[in-house]
Design a protein. Structure first.
Length: 91
């Protein structure tokens, strides 16, 4: 419905407020395939793409309070795309 917060908005806010693991898990489940796919296309290695995916979500856990919920997908995509050859996203 119009005017209601999106799932990302609700789950990100809940995670920021209370470090709610189920909310973080929902974000991970919702976006991990996209993050992995971007990293895989960029790095051409499944192992490195897995490493990047893990690092991107670690960064999300650390920086969640600084991310606007309506920009979450773009932020995740950007982190995965900017991953270095070493298999880790930029700090």
């Amino acid at each position: 419905m119009k005017g209601e917060p999106s799932d990302d908005h609700r789950d990100l806010q809940r995670f920021v407020a209370t470090r709610d693991e189920p909310s973080f898990r929902k974000l991970l489940d919702r976006h991990s395939a996209m993050v992995h796919g971007v990293a895989l296309r960029r790095l051409q290695s499944h192992a490195m793409a897995q490493d990047v995916t893990q690092q991107v979500f670690i960064m999300l856990a650390r920086k969640a309070s600084a991310i606007a919920p309506d920009q979450l997908a773009g932020w995740l995509h950007r982190c995965a795309f900017q991953s270095r050859e070493k298999g880790s996203p930029p700090a």
